[in-house]
Design a protein around this ligand. Structure first.
Ligand code: G4P
Length: 535
């Protein structure tokens, strides 16, 4: 094996997706504890951005130490280099959350056993499904009286459109929670509330009829387990890694993150089944990680909130080859050279300057305005990576300059902040001067206004618009597209690339328009491509 291939086979880059409060922070913390990246519980929580007001958000953003270091957390575990990406979930939910998923090779979906599948999980899972990202599922809080496990699996299949394959199965729930059966291992992991699980807490059984099972969890729960396993083995086929790699089947684990129960098994499983850094599609060809020449793309830009320093950090995912500090690279969009003097890696909770990085790694590049989201760096090849599109916003406002003396600053700020991905800007087809903003999280509107004031000395005001749904449109026949645009001109916007978008105010009316116009294709992302199968 070459050094490049050894490094690739060490890497595991994934994100945790969940609805707020399902237990993402708790799991992250346990994972970091296993990796030795933190030593005390509570370290991650201090950087948590939950339930914030805009002033908290701005303050936190200013505190770059916290928000940047918790965006990517690297740690070593069992000789593997794990890169865990944070996907902001609470008030700071934004397009960044969606885009972060373009930089990972797999996802861990956390579901609260009491609440089941919730809205944010649905949205994030849809983004994973769009890219065929392999998903592992952890059903959390088994120490609480939750929904029936079979009902939960049904919910995942129906609501998320992904088939399930239970790897572990709970024995009791809530106060009667005794542990889990690991089905392929034929081993029982016993639960001791509030205690670290010890190796002696696991018992191998010789099939479900083994009386050791009754002795360990009691006859009633043992019998219930026997019935459950008989049902699930008839319903769910055995785990198929191919299907998992295509994102069509998710292995499911049950546990309790707060009690550190089931998290280590989850990590061990991720290590054995989750993909190594995967090939990525570019507009020219597929780029595979083993290619010796370096390539990478920017998926997130983090601004310094201090108005006196307009420098930023661009987060770059390495796709192929070896990245080297101080080497000249080709910035495809501008055609210029770029040299990183102080690239940073995000190990544990710190940032450190690195000399080299490998496929799967995420590095921070100090940026004085060179980068836009989606930019590609290479050793000279003119490719552009796909898969970092804009997503259809859900909240729309028309935006106006609030201070006539600051017209220039207003437009400059608005354009720069749109490039950074804070908001999307659209224009009305027949009134190009009317600017419509789109965001996926309410807080982004407030963030935009504060940043215009603080960084550009400009101000804005918003007005409601009757839009809640947007779809990028295209058609194989350009005449059909033009006729559609002409007939619906009041409902057509253009994005910054000049691409047409159809907007409306209800799912119902969108469905009707789709039915009446079969020649038009409607897409939720600006890339306007169908999901791709990954090998
Ligand atoms: P999030 O990042 O997904 O938003 O969730 P987080 O880990 O912060 O967990 C949300 C709440 O759920 C926390 O309680 C956490 O302690 C609790 N929790 C996480 N895992 C489990 C579990 O396995 N069992 C039970 N019973 N609770 C769990 P909190 O009261 O909101 O916060 P805290 O005061 O405990 O910090």
């Amino acid at each position: 094996m070459t050094e490049l291939s050894t490094e690739i086979h060490k890497r595991l880059t994934f994100a945790i997706v969940s609805h707020p409060d399902a237990g993402k922070t708790t799991i992250t913390e346990k994972l970091l504890l296993f990796g030795g990246a933190i030593h005390i519980a509570g370290a991650v929580k201090s950087g948590k951005t939950g339930r914030t007001t805009v002033s908290d958000f701005m303050k936190m953003e200013q505190d770059r130490g916290i928000s940047i270091s918790t965006s990517v957390m690297g740690f070593e575990y069992k000789n593997r280099k794990i890169n865990l990406l944070d996907t902001p979930g609470h008030a700071d939910f934004s397009e960044d959350t969606y885009r972060g998923l373009s930089a990972v090779d797999s996802a861990l979906m956390v579901i609260d056993s009491v609440k089941g599948v919730e809205e944010r999980t649905r949205q994030l899972c849809a983004v994973c499904r769009m890219r065929n990202t392999p998903i592992t599922t952890f059903i959390n809080k088994l120490d609480r009286e939750g929904k029936d496990p079979i009902e939960l699996l049904d919910e995942v299949e129906k609501e998320l459109g992904v088939r399930v394959c239970p790897v572990s199965w709970p024995i009791g729930q809530g106060r009667a929670f005794k542990g889990v059966l690991n089905i392929p291992e034929n081993r029982i992991y016993l639960f001791r509330p509030g205690q670290e699980q010890l190796p002696s807490d696991t018992i191998s059984i010789n099939g479900l009829s083994d009386p050791v099972l009754d002795q360990s969890v009691g006859t009633s729960l043992a019998n219930r387990l026997r019935e459950d396993v008989e049902i699930i083995s008839g319903v769910y086929p055995p785990f198929d890694r191919e299907e998992y790699m295509h994102g069509t089947v998710t292995p499911v684990f049950f546990g309790s993150a707060l009690n550190n129960f089931g998290v280590r098994e989850l990590l061990d499983n991720l290590i054995s089944i989750a993909p190594y850094p995967t090939p990525k599609e570019s507009d020219e060809r597929e780029i595979i990680p083993e290619e010796p020449k370096f390539t990478g793309f920017v998926f997130k830009i983090h601004a310094n909130m201090n108005p006196r320093h307009r420098d930023r950090i661009a987060f770059l995912r390495i796709v192929s080859g070896t990245f080297e500090r101080n080497k000249m690279y080709y910035h495809v969009r501008s055609g210029k050279s770029f040299r990183a003097a102080n690239p940073t890696a995000f190990m544990s909770q710190d940032r450190e300057i690195i000399d080299e990085a490998w496929p799967g790694d995420i590095i921070g590049l100090h940026d004085t305005g060179t980068f836009k989201i989606g930019d590609t760096l290479t050793e000279g090849e003119g490719i552009n990576f796909k898969g970092i599109p804009s997503f259809a916003p859900q909240i729309f406002r028309s935006i106006m300059n609030a201070d006539p003396l600051k017209e220039k600053q207003f437009h400059k700020g608005l354009n720069q902040l749109a490039e950074e991905g804070v908001v999307q800007i659209f224009s009305k087809l027949h009134q190009p001067n009317v600017r419509i903003l789109g965001v996926v999280g309410q807080l982004q509107l407030e963030v935009l206004q504060s940043r215009l004031q603080n960084e550009y000395a400009a101000d804005c005001k918003y007005e409601p618009v009757d839009v809640t749904i947007a779809r990028w449109i295209t058609a194989a026949d350009k005449h059909i597209l033009q006729n559609f645009i002409d007939a619906n001109s009041r409902r057509i916007l253009t994005d910054i690339r000049g691409t047409h978008i159809y907007v409306t105010d209800s799912e119902w009316s969108l469905n009707r328009v789709q039915e009446k116009n079969p020649g038009i294709q409607f897409f939720v992302t600006s890339e306007m491509t169908e999901p791709r199968r990954q090998n």
